[in-house]
Design a protein around this ligand. Structure first.
Ligand code: GDP
Length: 324
């Protein structure tokens, strides 16, 4: 899913200006078309003003549709993104604001029908102009009524622009473990291309995405799945929970050599905590076996785990078999 292409949302005046200037331009074209025709001034004026209000209507509707079509339908959002929306935005306000654009479309059409009739029926030039002006005034007021909603959508666009582009349909594995245990080294080894860096709209976190062919998506989340959850703020907790909806498996990486700077007992504690909160199938990996002493390895011998050296490439084949 990609949120980078969301339409920039302008202020009400912008849409009004575009609609009115289109209407004026059309009126200019109409005027030259009607020039040679044997119609009285009122009839000509009626044709032109009817055309103007129709142009205003269609322009505003098209503008609203353009915004609506560029936004994901909240009802169709993948649960991962829905979680992101709910934790980074006011979900109710977002829905309401998108609804307000539909309301604009409806109101403008109702007004158009009303004034279209009035102009058609009026027999005096001054009434034709009066009704046209009335329609314009009321169209402006409709747009002004959704000012707050447009502002909110623009705010939402700026937040959503930072959502990571994740392939939500692809089987996904998150890689977790304390810092420096070798997660990104493993990600590079498992996947062919350089991992893509995507921002995650929580604090300053970035996430790394890697792909094993078109089959598996890996996500490494520096700073997120690498510390006890108890020390998280609310937003980071939600970010972790959002990952739960995305990942069907977790690779939890332990570094028995402890060169990462964390004792193995603390690493195991973090693993149990992550297992509990993510509740996904967990593949335990013991990394840096090239560095770990037999004594260090004996401390983890009871774990059902795959021993590897991400750096040297040892055990990667076995791990790939396990995950695919
Ligand atoms: P991350 O913070 O968990 O992503 O850890 P990194 O992948 O950045 O690795 C931290 C350090 O450990 C780096 O200097 C790596 O080169 C090193 N490293 C990773 N895997 C291995 C391994 O299997 N053996 C050895 N000797 N070093 C490793």
């Amino acid at each position: 899913m990609n949120f980078q292409g969301l339409m920039k949302i302008e202020k009400p005046d912008f849409y009004i200006d575009v609609a009115f200037s289109r209407a004026n331009k059309r009126a200019g074209q109409q005027r030259s078309k009607l020039k040679g025709k044997k119609l009285n001034r009122m009839k000509k004026s009626r044709i032109m003003e009817l055309d103007k209000i129709a142009t205003v209507r269609i322009t505003l509707i098209n503008q609203m549709d353009k915004i609506l079509n560029s936004y994901p339908q909240t009802a169709h959002l993948d649960i991962f993104y829905l979680e992101l929306v709910k934790s980074t935005l006011d979900y109710y306000m977002l829905k309401k604001s998108l609804g307000a654009l539909n309301w604009v479309k409806k109101q403008i059409t109702v007004l158009f029908k009303k004034y279209n009739e009035k102009i058609k029926k009026s027999q005096k030039l001054e009434y034709i102009n009066k009704y046209r002006n009335e329609f314009y005034g009321r169209a402006v007021s409709v747009l002004k009524q959704v000012k707050k909603n447009l502002e909110y959508l623009e705010h939402a666009r700026k937040v959503m622009r930072d959502y990571p582009s994740i392939k939500t349909g692809m089987p996904t594995i998150v890689i977790a473990g304390y810092p420096n245990v070798g997660k990104s080294t493993l990600l590079r080894k498992l996947t062919s291309a350089k991992p893509a860096v995507a921002s995650y709209p929580f604090t300053t976190k970035k996430i790394m995405l890697g792909y094993l062919g078109k089959k598996i998506q890996f996500i490494d989340t520096p700073g997120l799945l690498d510390r006890p959850i108890g020390k998280r703020n609310q937003i980071e907790r939600q970010a972790i929970l959002a990952l739960k909806h995305l990942a069907e498996k977790m690779i939890f990486m332990l570094d028995p050599s402890e060169t990462c700077g964390y004792e193995i007992k603390d690493q195991i504690k973090l693993m149990n905590e992550m297992k509990k909160s993510l509740r996904v199938e967990t593949i335990v990996v013991l990394n840096k076996i090239d560095l770990a002493s037999p004594e260090q390895m004996s401390k983890v011998s009871k774990l059902k785990a795959i021993p590897i050296s991400a750096e040297k490439g040892t055990g990667i084949k076995e791990l790939k078999e396990k995950i695919s």
